[in-house]
Write a protein that binds this ligand. Structure first.
Ligand code: BG6
Length: 475
Protein backbone atom coordinates (compact mmCIF):
# COMPACT_ATOMS: atom_id res chain seq x y z
CA UNK A 1 0.00 0.00 0.00
CA UNK A 2 1.23 3.54 -0.76
CA UNK A 3 0.09 6.81 0.73
CA UNK A 4 -3.06 7.52 -1.30
CA UNK A 5 -3.14 10.48 -3.65
CA UNK A 6 -6.13 11.86 -1.78
CA UNK A 7 -4.45 11.42 1.63
CA UNK A 8 -5.66 14.12 4.02
CA UNK A 9 -2.61 16.13 5.05
CA UNK A 10 -3.40 19.05 7.29
CA UNK A 11 -3.89 20.14 10.87
CA UNK A 12 -6.28 20.28 13.83
CA UNK A 13 -7.43 23.16 15.96
CA UNK A 14 -10.16 23.52 18.60
CA UNK A 15 -12.61 26.38 19.08
CA UNK A 16 -11.86 27.24 22.71
CA UNK A 17 -8.12 27.29 22.05
CA UNK A 18 -8.18 29.64 19.08
CA UNK A 19 -11.45 31.51 18.51
CA UNK A 20 -11.53 34.01 21.37
CA UNK A 21 -14.63 36.27 21.09
CA UNK A 22 -15.91 34.40 24.13
CA UNK A 23 -18.91 36.69 24.66
CA UNK A 24 -19.59 37.83 21.11
CA UNK A 25 -22.69 37.16 19.03
CA UNK A 26 -24.63 35.64 21.95
CA UNK A 27 -22.10 32.95 22.79
CA UNK A 28 -22.74 31.42 26.23
CA UNK A 29 -20.08 30.65 28.79
CA UNK A 30 -18.32 27.38 28.03
CA UNK A 31 -16.49 25.26 30.60
CA UNK A 32 -13.03 26.34 29.41
CA UNK A 33 -13.97 30.03 29.67
CA UNK A 34 -13.56 29.63 33.44
CA UNK A 35 -10.03 28.25 33.42
CA UNK A 36 -7.02 30.49 34.07
CA UNK A 37 -3.54 30.37 32.62
CA UNK A 38 -1.08 27.98 34.29
CA UNK A 39 2.41 26.70 33.51
CA UNK A 40 4.36 23.46 33.60
CA UNK A 41 4.08 22.28 37.20
CA UNK A 42 1.55 25.01 38.01
CA UNK A 43 -2.01 23.81 37.32
CA UNK A 44 -4.58 26.04 35.71
CA UNK A 45 -7.17 27.27 38.21
CA UNK A 46 -10.77 26.32 37.60
CA UNK A 47 -13.20 29.01 38.72
CA UNK A 48 -16.90 28.90 39.48
CA UNK A 49 -17.35 32.41 38.17
CA UNK A 50 -15.27 34.92 36.29
CA UNK A 51 -13.05 37.22 38.28
CA UNK A 52 -11.79 40.49 36.82
CA UNK A 53 -8.36 39.89 38.37
CA UNK A 54 -7.57 36.75 36.39
CA UNK A 55 -6.75 36.00 32.79
CA UNK A 56 -8.72 33.34 30.98
CA UNK A 57 -6.88 32.50 27.75
CA UNK A 58 -9.97 31.21 25.91
CA UNK A 59 -11.54 34.68 26.06
CA UNK A 60 -9.22 35.98 23.37
CA UNK A 61 -7.67 32.77 22.04
CA UNK A 62 -5.64 33.80 19.01
CA UNK A 63 -8.62 35.73 17.65
CA UNK A 64 -9.40 33.10 15.01
CA UNK A 65 -13.01 34.30 15.22
CA UNK A 66 -12.05 37.50 13.40
CA UNK A 67 -8.96 36.28 11.54
CA UNK A 68 -10.05 32.91 10.20
CA UNK A 69 -9.80 34.03 6.58
CA UNK A 70 -6.17 35.07 6.97
CA UNK A 71 -5.35 31.83 8.81
CA UNK A 72 -7.10 29.60 6.28
CA UNK A 73 -5.23 31.36 3.49
CA UNK A 74 -1.96 30.42 5.19
CA UNK A 75 -3.09 26.79 5.60
CA UNK A 76 -3.98 26.77 1.91
CA UNK A 77 -0.56 28.15 1.06
CA UNK A 78 0.96 25.10 2.80
CA UNK A 79 -1.25 22.95 0.60
CA UNK A 80 -3.55 21.65 3.35
CA UNK A 81 -6.01 19.03 2.16
CA UNK A 82 -7.93 19.04 5.46
CA UNK A 83 -8.47 21.11 8.58
CA UNK A 84 -10.09 19.72 11.68
CA UNK A 85 -12.06 22.38 13.55
CA UNK A 86 -14.45 22.07 16.45
CA UNK A 87 -17.84 23.65 16.95
CA UNK A 88 -18.20 25.39 20.28
CA UNK A 89 -21.48 24.04 21.65
CA UNK A 90 -21.90 27.23 23.73
CA UNK A 91 -21.94 29.31 20.53
CA UNK A 92 -24.86 27.31 19.14
CA UNK A 93 -26.85 26.72 22.33
CA UNK A 94 -25.49 29.32 24.82
CA UNK A 95 -26.94 27.50 27.84
CA UNK A 96 -27.31 24.12 26.20
CA UNK A 97 -31.01 23.58 26.87
CA UNK A 98 -32.62 26.24 24.65
CA UNK A 99 -35.42 25.36 22.24
CA UNK A 100 -33.84 27.17 19.30
CA UNK A 101 -30.21 27.59 18.33
CA UNK A 102 -28.28 30.85 18.12
CA UNK A 103 -28.25 31.74 14.41
CA UNK A 104 -25.16 33.93 14.74
CA UNK A 105 -23.19 30.92 15.96
CA UNK A 106 -24.37 28.76 13.08
CA UNK A 107 -23.52 31.54 10.63
CA UNK A 108 -19.95 31.74 11.92
CA UNK A 109 -19.27 28.04 11.35
CA UNK A 110 -20.97 28.14 7.93
CA UNK A 111 -18.61 30.95 6.99
CA UNK A 112 -15.56 29.06 8.22
CA UNK A 113 -16.58 25.91 6.36
CA UNK A 114 -17.30 27.89 3.17
CA UNK A 115 -13.91 29.53 3.43
CA UNK A 116 -12.23 26.12 3.78
CA UNK A 117 -14.10 24.72 0.79
CA UNK A 118 -13.25 27.80 -1.25
CA UNK A 119 -9.59 27.06 -0.53
CA UNK A 120 -9.90 23.38 -1.45
CA UNK A 121 -9.58 22.25 2.19
CA UNK A 122 -11.78 19.41 3.47
CA UNK A 123 -13.40 20.40 6.77
CA UNK A 124 -13.36 17.75 9.49
CA UNK A 125 -15.73 18.82 12.22
CA UNK A 126 -15.50 17.82 15.87
CA UNK A 127 -18.75 18.27 17.76
CA UNK A 128 -17.28 18.19 21.25
CA UNK A 129 -13.75 19.33 22.00
CA UNK A 130 -14.03 20.39 25.67
CA UNK A 131 -16.68 23.02 24.87
CA UNK A 132 -19.74 22.30 26.96
CA UNK A 133 -21.98 25.19 28.08
CA UNK A 134 -21.26 25.64 31.80
CA UNK A 135 -25.00 25.86 32.47
CA UNK A 136 -25.33 22.16 31.63
CA UNK A 137 -22.82 21.45 34.37
CA UNK A 138 -24.27 23.67 37.07
CA UNK A 139 -27.94 23.01 36.34
CA UNK A 140 -27.93 19.44 35.09
CA UNK A 141 -24.77 17.82 36.48
CA UNK A 142 -23.00 17.43 33.13
CA UNK A 143 -22.76 13.95 31.60
CA UNK A 144 -23.91 12.25 34.78
CA UNK A 145 -27.41 13.23 33.66
CA UNK A 146 -28.95 11.46 30.68
CA UNK A 147 -30.85 14.62 29.79
CA UNK A 148 -27.53 16.07 28.68
CA UNK A 149 -27.33 13.35 26.02
CA UNK A 150 -30.60 14.69 24.56
CA UNK A 151 -29.26 18.26 24.55
CA UNK A 152 -26.06 17.05 22.88
CA UNK A 153 -28.05 15.22 20.20
CA UNK A 154 -30.12 18.31 19.51
CA UNK A 155 -26.91 20.28 19.08
CA UNK A 156 -25.51 17.57 16.77
CA UNK A 157 -28.69 17.53 14.72
CA UNK A 158 -28.55 21.32 14.36
CA UNK A 159 -25.00 21.15 13.00
CA UNK A 160 -25.49 18.04 10.83
CA UNK A 161 -28.39 19.86 9.18
CA UNK A 162 -26.72 23.29 8.98
CA UNK A 163 -23.58 21.92 7.30
CA UNK A 164 -25.24 19.16 5.28
CA UNK A 165 -23.65 18.70 1.86
CA UNK A 166 -20.59 20.72 2.88
CA UNK A 167 -19.07 18.58 5.64
CA UNK A 168 -18.51 14.89 5.07
CA UNK A 169 -16.17 14.00 7.98
CA UNK A 170 -17.53 14.38 11.49
CA UNK A 171 -16.09 13.57 14.90
CA UNK A 172 -18.52 13.02 17.76
CA UNK A 173 -16.07 13.61 20.64
CA UNK A 174 -12.44 14.46 21.30
CA UNK A 175 -10.62 12.27 23.83
CA UNK A 176 -13.49 11.13 26.04
CA UNK A 177 -11.26 8.18 27.00
CA UNK A 178 -9.45 10.26 29.62
CA UNK A 179 -12.48 10.06 31.88
CA UNK A 180 -12.15 6.39 32.81
CA UNK A 181 -12.35 5.71 36.58
CA UNK A 182 -9.37 3.39 36.42
CA UNK A 183 -7.08 5.89 34.75
CA UNK A 184 -5.02 8.41 36.67
CA UNK A 185 -7.48 11.24 37.18
CA UNK A 186 -6.73 14.88 37.80
CA UNK A 187 -8.82 18.02 38.17
CA UNK A 188 -7.86 19.43 34.80
CA UNK A 189 -8.51 16.25 32.79
CA UNK A 190 -11.87 15.53 34.39
CA UNK A 191 -12.80 19.18 33.98
CA UNK A 192 -11.71 19.49 30.37
CA UNK A 193 -13.91 16.58 29.41
CA UNK A 194 -16.92 17.02 31.65
CA UNK A 195 -16.66 20.39 33.40
CA UNK A 196 -16.29 18.74 36.83
CA UNK A 197 -13.32 18.91 39.19
CA UNK A 198 -12.09 15.47 40.17
CA UNK A 199 -11.28 16.57 43.73
CA UNK A 200 -14.84 17.80 44.22
CA UNK A 201 -16.60 14.63 43.03
CA UNK A 202 -18.38 12.85 45.83
CA UNK A 203 -18.48 9.35 44.51
CA UNK A 204 -15.48 9.57 42.25
CA UNK A 205 -15.25 6.13 40.60
CA UNK A 206 -19.00 5.79 40.12
CA UNK A 207 -19.31 9.29 38.66
CA UNK A 208 -16.50 8.75 36.17
CA UNK A 209 -17.88 5.36 35.13
CA UNK A 210 -21.34 6.88 34.56
CA UNK A 211 -19.90 9.78 32.58
CA UNK A 212 -17.78 7.42 30.48
CA UNK A 213 -20.81 5.27 29.75
CA UNK A 214 -23.13 8.18 28.95
CA UNK A 215 -20.61 9.83 26.63
CA UNK A 216 -20.02 6.53 24.82
CA UNK A 217 -23.76 6.11 24.40
CA UNK A 218 -24.09 9.72 23.22
CA UNK A 219 -21.45 9.11 20.55
CA UNK A 220 -23.27 6.03 19.24
CA UNK A 221 -26.58 7.91 19.14
CA UNK A 222 -24.91 10.81 17.31
CA UNK A 223 -23.43 8.43 14.72
CA UNK A 224 -26.85 6.93 14.07
CA UNK A 225 -28.42 10.39 13.83
CA UNK A 226 -25.70 11.70 11.50
CA UNK A 227 -26.15 8.75 9.17
CA UNK A 228 -29.91 9.29 9.14
CA UNK A 229 -29.54 12.96 8.22
CA UNK A 230 -27.07 12.20 5.42
CA UNK A 231 -26.05 8.65 4.62
CA UNK A 232 -22.86 9.87 2.95
CA UNK A 233 -21.59 11.27 6.27
CA UNK A 234 -18.41 9.61 7.56
CA UNK A 235 -18.54 9.75 11.33
CA UNK A 236 -15.71 8.93 13.69
CA UNK A 237 -14.64 9.55 17.25
CA UNK A 238 -11.21 10.78 18.37
CA UNK A 239 -9.23 9.12 21.15
CA UNK A 240 -6.03 10.28 22.81
CA UNK A 241 -4.05 7.09 23.19
CA UNK A 242 -0.66 6.28 24.63
CA UNK A 243 0.92 2.90 24.11
CA UNK A 244 1.73 1.57 27.58
CA UNK A 245 4.87 -0.60 27.65
CA UNK A 246 5.80 -3.13 30.35
CA UNK A 247 8.89 -2.20 32.35
CA UNK A 248 10.40 -5.65 31.70
CA UNK A 249 9.39 -9.17 30.65
CA UNK A 250 8.16 -10.24 34.07
CA UNK A 251 4.74 -11.68 33.07
CA UNK A 252 3.04 -9.74 35.88
CA UNK A 253 4.39 -6.49 34.46
CA UNK A 254 3.38 -7.48 30.94
CA UNK A 255 -0.15 -8.22 32.15
CA UNK A 256 -0.28 -4.91 34.03
CA UNK A 257 0.79 -3.03 30.94
CA UNK A 258 -1.86 -4.80 28.88
CA UNK A 259 -4.55 -3.87 31.41
CA UNK A 260 -3.42 -0.25 31.64
CA UNK A 261 -3.48 0.19 27.87
CA UNK A 262 -6.76 -1.66 27.60
CA UNK A 263 -8.48 1.08 29.62
CA UNK A 264 -8.11 3.45 26.70
CA UNK A 265 -9.92 1.05 24.42
CA UNK A 266 -13.17 0.09 26.11
CA UNK A 267 -15.04 2.98 24.53
CA UNK A 268 -13.59 2.19 21.10
CA UNK A 269 -14.70 -1.42 21.64
CA UNK A 270 -18.21 -0.18 22.43
CA UNK A 271 -18.32 2.05 19.36
CA UNK A 272 -16.92 -0.51 16.93
CA UNK A 273 -18.29 -3.86 18.05
CA UNK A 274 -21.90 -2.83 18.51
CA UNK A 275 -22.10 -3.46 22.24
CA UNK A 276 -20.76 -2.09 25.50
CA UNK A 277 -17.95 -4.52 26.39
CA UNK A 278 -18.84 -7.23 28.88
CA UNK A 279 -15.31 -7.20 30.37
CA UNK A 280 -15.75 -3.57 31.38
CA UNK A 281 -19.11 -4.18 32.99
CA UNK A 282 -17.59 -7.08 34.86
CA UNK A 283 -14.70 -4.91 36.09
CA UNK A 284 -17.20 -2.29 37.28
CA UNK A 285 -19.21 -4.94 39.07
CA UNK A 286 -16.07 -6.11 40.85
CA UNK A 287 -15.46 -2.55 41.99
CA UNK A 288 -19.03 -2.16 43.20
CA UNK A 289 -19.90 0.27 40.40
CA UNK A 290 -23.23 0.06 38.59
CA UNK A 291 -24.25 1.06 35.12
CA UNK A 292 -27.89 0.86 34.15
CA UNK A 293 -28.32 -0.23 30.57
CA UNK A 294 -31.72 0.03 28.91
CA UNK A 295 -33.01 -1.89 25.87
CA UNK A 296 -32.79 1.36 23.89
CA UNK A 297 -29.13 1.65 24.83
CA UNK A 298 -28.43 -1.85 23.52
CA UNK A 299 -30.05 -0.88 20.25
CA UNK A 300 -28.08 2.37 20.12
CA UNK A 301 -24.73 0.57 20.49
CA UNK A 302 -25.72 -1.84 17.73
CA UNK A 303 -26.76 0.93 15.35
CA UNK A 304 -24.17 3.60 16.06
CA UNK A 305 -20.94 2.00 14.86
CA UNK A 306 -18.10 4.29 13.80
CA UNK A 307 -16.98 4.75 10.21
CA UNK A 308 -13.42 5.60 11.23
CA UNK A 309 -11.19 6.03 14.26
CA UNK A 310 -9.40 9.30 14.99
CA UNK A 311 -6.14 8.98 16.87
CA UNK A 312 -4.37 11.73 18.80
CA UNK A 313 -0.81 10.65 19.40
CA UNK A 314 1.82 12.51 21.35
CA UNK A 315 3.64 10.14 23.67
CA UNK A 316 3.97 6.66 25.14
CA UNK A 317 4.49 5.57 28.73
CA UNK A 318 5.55 2.64 30.89
CA UNK A 319 3.05 0.79 33.06
CA UNK A 320 3.25 1.26 36.78
CA UNK A 321 4.52 -1.72 38.75
CA UNK A 322 5.09 -2.60 42.36
CA UNK A 323 8.05 -0.72 43.74
CA UNK A 324 8.05 1.83 40.92
CA UNK A 325 9.56 5.22 41.64
CA UNK A 326 6.57 7.54 41.89
CA UNK A 327 8.67 10.56 41.02
CA UNK A 328 8.93 9.22 37.49
CA UNK A 329 5.24 9.55 36.62
CA UNK A 330 4.32 10.26 33.01
CA UNK A 331 1.60 12.30 31.40
CA UNK A 332 -1.61 10.32 31.86
CA UNK A 333 -0.41 8.01 34.59
CA UNK A 334 2.27 5.39 34.00
CA UNK A 335 5.98 6.10 34.21
CA UNK A 336 8.65 7.76 32.10
CA UNK A 337 10.59 5.56 29.71
CA UNK A 338 14.38 5.77 30.29
CA UNK A 339 14.97 5.02 26.58
CA UNK A 340 13.10 8.08 25.37
CA UNK A 341 13.77 11.82 25.43
CA UNK A 342 10.97 14.07 26.62
CA UNK A 343 9.62 17.45 25.57
CA UNK A 344 10.05 20.44 27.91
CA UNK A 345 6.66 19.52 29.34
CA UNK A 346 7.72 15.96 30.11
CA UNK A 347 5.98 14.21 27.20
CA UNK A 348 7.96 11.19 25.98
CA UNK A 349 8.99 11.46 22.33
CA UNK A 350 8.41 8.07 20.73
CA UNK A 351 7.88 7.93 16.95
CA UNK A 352 7.95 4.11 16.94
CA UNK A 353 5.04 4.19 19.37
CA UNK A 354 2.93 5.70 16.61
CA UNK A 355 3.61 2.78 14.26
CA UNK A 356 2.91 0.37 17.09
CA UNK A 357 -0.37 2.07 17.95
CA UNK A 358 -1.55 2.29 14.34
CA UNK A 359 -0.93 -1.42 13.91
CA UNK A 360 -2.48 -2.35 17.23
CA UNK A 361 -5.64 -0.35 16.58
CA UNK A 362 -6.05 -1.32 12.94
CA UNK A 363 -5.64 -5.03 13.61
CA UNK A 364 -8.15 -4.81 16.46
CA UNK A 365 -10.93 -3.13 14.48
CA UNK A 366 -10.05 -3.14 10.77
CA UNK A 367 -11.49 0.37 10.48
CA UNK A 368 -9.81 3.24 8.62
CA UNK A 369 -7.75 5.46 10.93
CA UNK A 370 -6.89 9.12 10.71
CA UNK A 371 -4.16 10.65 12.85
CA UNK A 372 -6.11 13.60 14.13
CA UNK A 373 -3.36 15.13 16.28
CA UNK A 374 0.40 14.82 16.53
CA UNK A 375 2.87 17.52 17.38
CA UNK A 376 5.55 18.94 19.63
CA UNK A 377 4.85 21.64 22.19
CA UNK A 378 8.03 23.71 22.38
CA UNK A 379 9.35 27.14 23.30
CA UNK A 380 10.21 29.00 20.09
CA UNK A 381 12.87 31.71 20.18
CA UNK A 382 12.94 34.54 17.68
CA UNK A 383 16.38 35.01 16.11
CA UNK A 384 17.82 38.52 15.58
CA UNK A 385 16.27 38.69 12.10
CA UNK A 386 12.84 37.91 13.60
CA UNK A 387 12.71 34.32 12.33
CA UNK A 388 11.96 31.04 14.06
CA UNK A 389 14.17 28.12 13.06
CA UNK A 390 12.19 25.30 14.59
CA UNK A 391 14.36 22.37 13.50
CA UNK A 392 13.32 20.43 16.62
CA UNK A 393 9.68 20.55 15.43
CA UNK A 394 10.65 19.46 11.92
CA UNK A 395 12.63 16.59 13.39
CA UNK A 396 9.78 15.47 15.64
CA UNK A 397 7.17 15.57 12.88
CA UNK A 398 9.44 14.04 10.28
CA UNK A 399 10.22 11.06 12.54
CA UNK A 400 6.54 10.51 13.24
CA UNK A 401 5.55 10.76 9.58
CA UNK A 402 8.26 8.22 8.72
CA UNK A 403 6.79 5.77 11.21
CA UNK A 404 3.29 6.42 9.89
CA UNK A 405 4.57 5.67 6.39
CA UNK A 406 5.99 2.36 7.60
CA UNK A 407 2.62 1.51 9.12
CA UNK A 408 0.88 2.26 5.82
CA UNK A 409 3.42 0.96 3.35
CA UNK A 410 4.97 -1.96 5.16
CA UNK A 411 2.28 -2.98 7.62
CA UNK A 412 -0.75 -2.26 5.39
CA UNK A 413 -2.60 -0.10 7.90
CA UNK A 414 -5.46 1.83 6.32
CA UNK A 415 -4.58 5.34 7.48
CA UNK A 416 -6.20 8.06 5.40
CA UNK A 417 -4.86 11.26 6.91
CA UNK A 418 -2.31 12.99 9.09
CA UNK A 419 -3.23 16.18 10.93
CA UNK A 420 -0.72 18.01 13.08
CA UNK A 421 -1.90 19.54 16.31
CA UNK A 422 -1.84 23.25 16.27
CA UNK A 423 -0.66 24.11 12.72
CA UNK A 424 -0.88 27.65 14.08
CA UNK A 425 0.21 28.54 17.65
CA UNK A 426 -2.77 28.45 19.99
CA UNK A 427 -3.66 28.20 23.67
CA UNK A 428 -2.45 25.00 25.36
CA UNK A 429 -5.31 22.93 26.73
CA UNK A 430 -3.53 21.55 29.77
CA UNK A 431 -1.53 24.64 30.80
CA UNK A 432 -3.33 27.55 29.12
CA UNK A 433 0.02 28.86 27.93
CA UNK A 434 0.81 30.42 24.56
CA UNK A 435 4.51 29.71 25.10
CA UNK A 436 3.86 25.99 24.56
CA UNK A 437 3.83 26.34 20.82
CA UNK A 438 2.98 23.75 18.17
CA UNK A 439 2.49 25.82 15.03
CA UNK A 440 4.05 26.24 11.62
CA UNK A 441 2.66 29.75 11.96
CA UNK A 442 3.84 31.92 14.82
CA UNK A 443 1.30 34.08 16.62
CA UNK A 444 2.67 37.13 18.39
CA UNK A 445 1.02 36.63 21.77
CA UNK A 446 2.57 35.77 25.15
CA UNK A 447 1.30 34.02 28.26
CA UNK A 448 0.10 37.33 29.73
CA UNK A 449 -2.01 38.07 26.67
CA UNK A 450 0.41 40.70 25.34
CA UNK A 451 1.27 40.92 21.65
CA UNK A 452 0.12 42.12 18.25
CA UNK A 453 -1.47 38.78 17.28
CA UNK A 454 0.43 39.06 14.00
CA UNK A 455 0.97 35.81 12.14
CA UNK A 456 4.38 34.86 10.68
CA UNK A 457 5.84 31.75 9.08
CA UNK A 458 8.33 29.57 10.92
CA UNK A 459 10.96 27.46 9.14
CA UNK A 460 8.62 24.46 9.50
CA UNK A 461 6.02 26.22 7.32
CA UNK A 462 7.96 25.62 4.10
CA UNK A 463 9.03 22.20 5.31
CA UNK A 464 5.43 21.01 5.79
CA UNK A 465 4.44 22.54 2.47
CA UNK A 466 7.06 20.37 0.82
CA UNK A 467 5.93 17.28 2.76
CA UNK A 468 2.41 17.76 1.45
CA UNK A 469 3.54 18.57 -2.09
CA UNK A 470 5.58 15.36 -2.22
CA UNK A 471 2.81 13.32 -0.55
CA UNK A 472 5.09 12.49 2.36
CA UNK A 473 8.20 11.64 0.33
CA UNK A 474 10.37 14.65 1.20
CA UNK A 475 10.72 14.76 4.93
C1 BG6 B 1 -4.87 16.95 22.95
C2 BG6 B 1 -6.08 17.84 22.88
O1 BG6 B 1 -5.01 16.07 23.96
O2 BG6 B 1 -3.66 17.57 23.24
C3 BG6 B 1 -5.79 19.27 22.44
O3 BG6 B 1 -7.04 17.28 22.02
C4 BG6 B 1 -4.54 19.76 23.13
O4 BG6 B 1 -6.90 20.08 22.73
C5 BG6 B 1 -3.39 18.85 22.72
O5 BG6 B 1 -4.24 21.08 22.89
C6 BG6 B 1 -2.04 19.28 23.23
O6 BG6 B 1 -2.09 19.49 24.60
P1 BG6 B 1 -1.59 20.86 25.23
O7 BG6 B 1 -1.92 20.77 26.64
O8 BG6 B 1 -0.14 20.89 24.98
O9 BG6 B 1 -2.31 21.93 24.53
Amino acid sequence: MKIANDFLWGGSIAAHQCEGAFDEDNKGLGIMDLVTVGAYGQPREIHKQLSSKDRYPSHDGIDFYHRYKEDIELFAEMGFKALRISIDWSRIFPNGDEETPNQAGIEFYKNVVNELLKNGIEPIVTLYHFEMPIYLVTEYGSWTNRKVIDFYLKFCQTMFEALKGKVKYWVTFNEMNHIDPQTEASDIFTYIIAGLKYSELENKEQTLATIGYNMTLASCLAVELGHKIDDTNQIGCVFGIEPVYPVDCNPINVMNAFKQMDRDFYQIDAMCTGQFPAYKLHEYEDQGLTISITDEDIEAFAKGKLDFIGMNYYASSVAEYEGADEGKSALFGGLQNPFLPTSKWGWAIDPTGLRYLLNYTYRKYGLPIIITENGLGAVDELTSDNKISDDYRIEYLSQHIQEMRKAIELDQVDCFGYLTWGPIDLVSATTGQMSKRYGFIHVDLDDDGQGTLNRSKKKSFDWYKQVIESNGEHL
